[in-house]
Design a protein around this ligand. Structure first.
Ligand code: 13P
Length: 342
């Protein structure tokens, strides 16, 4: 029996839970491993991810879904169990990153368009057979003095809509991720400018999804929060970020979308948690608001691990703590004192 898209989307954003983004491409995971002087090999990547997926308490209670890179979807744990089975056994939904990366738009040195539509219909069949029930495609929108261009916004949101349609046809829930960057060399923009661009991108995105005939009840949105650029020097309080972000979402995201799961985008672990908790504590919203964090869920675990087998238990404790804090934030119940208590 095939599961309904609507039910998968609801399971992905279950109360007090969120998504673990563990879909770093081979290049990105190498950068993460470089930071702990650990070589990135098929086995070390397997060991690291297996360690996360075997963190039972975290996985069962706070993780509703895991986004995987293609290699991991087909990889087996050291004892031969498919990693996908570990995820399913913990009650989480396996998902797969399907885009082929952001490539420079001809004529630009800053703007990219995300590729990967060719052959996607056939790949999705393979991924479904391997157990994936949702997918992710990330588009990247950079803010500078003269970007984003309409060409960049249009091309990326259109590709996301075509990807989403192919996913739904295959029985796979699309995570639609049009990320307006907060970090990087150009991030000098104010929170006001981030609001303006994010609103424009999301309005365009839902117009494209409508044109492509997307079932909004069978998708999850993965947006950025509305924050000042990392290099802007501007400071925004947790309450300000919550207010700007919720206002932006209320102005753009139809209430039929079941869940919104934020990316962390370079925010520190605790800040990403604080922002999410404030939004859930301060506002009534028609959608479930949760996390789909990569760095903000994994950073502490990666640091504790250091690529060493003897550190696995400590790294799992670090991951479990971060997941629990974010699970509380998804219910608006996180308090800073809880960090110190741990
Ligand atoms: P970050 O939370 O590290 O931004 O990663 C989330 C993600 O999946 C980006 O596509």
């Amino acid at each position: 029996m095939t599961e309904r898209l609507e039910d998968i989307a609801i399971a992905m954003t279950a109360e007090g839970q969120g998504i673990l983004a563990a879909d770093e491409s081979t290049g990105t995971i190498k950068k993460r491993f470089d930071s702990i002087n650990t070589e990135s090999t098929e086995d070390s990547r397997r060991d690291y991810r297996e360690m996360l997926f075997r963190s039972d308490e975290a996985m069962k209670n706070y993780i509703s879904g895991v986004i995987l890179f293609e290699e991991t979807l087909f990889q087996k744990a050291a004892d031969g169990t498919p990693l996908v089975d570990l995820i399913k056994a913990a009650g989480a939904v396996p998902g797969i990153k399907v885009d082929k990366g952001a490539k420079l738009i001809p004529g630009s040195e800053v703007e990219t368009v995300t590729e990967g539509l060719d052959g996607l219909r056939e790949r999705l069949v393979k991924y479904y057979e391997a157990g994936a029930r949702f997918a992710k495609w990330r588009a990247v929108i950079a803010i500078t003095e003269d970007t984003p261009s309409w060409n960049c916004v249009k091309a990326n949101t259109h590709a996301l809509a075509r990807y989403a349609a192919l996913c739904q046809e295959a029985g796979i829930v699309p995570i639609v991720e049009p990320e307006v960057l907060m970090d990087g060399p150009h991030s000098h923009h104010s929170i006001e400018r981030c609001y303006e661009v994010t609103e424009w991108v999301l309005k365009t995105q839902f117009s494209e999804l409508y044109d492509a005939g997307i079932n909004l009840e069978g998708m999850v949105l993965k947006p950025n929060m509305v924050v000042p650029g990392q290099k802007s020097g501007q400071k925004a309080s947790v309450e300000e970020v919550a207010e700007w972000t919720v206002r932006c979402l209320k102005n753009t995201v139809p209430s039929s979308v079941p869940g919104i799961a934020f990316l962390s985008g370079g925010q520190s672990d605790e800040v990403a948690t604080a922002h999410l908790s404030a939004m859930n504590a301060m506002y009534d919203m028609p959608w479930r608001l949760t996390y789909s964090y990569g760095r903000a869920l994994q950073h502490a675990a990666l640091m504790a691990w250091q690529g060493k087998a003897e550190n696995v238990a400590a790294a799992q404790r670090a991951f479990t703590h971060r997941a629990r804090m974010n699970g509380l934030a998804a219910q608006g119940a996180w308090k800073r004192e809880m960090e110190d208590a741990a």
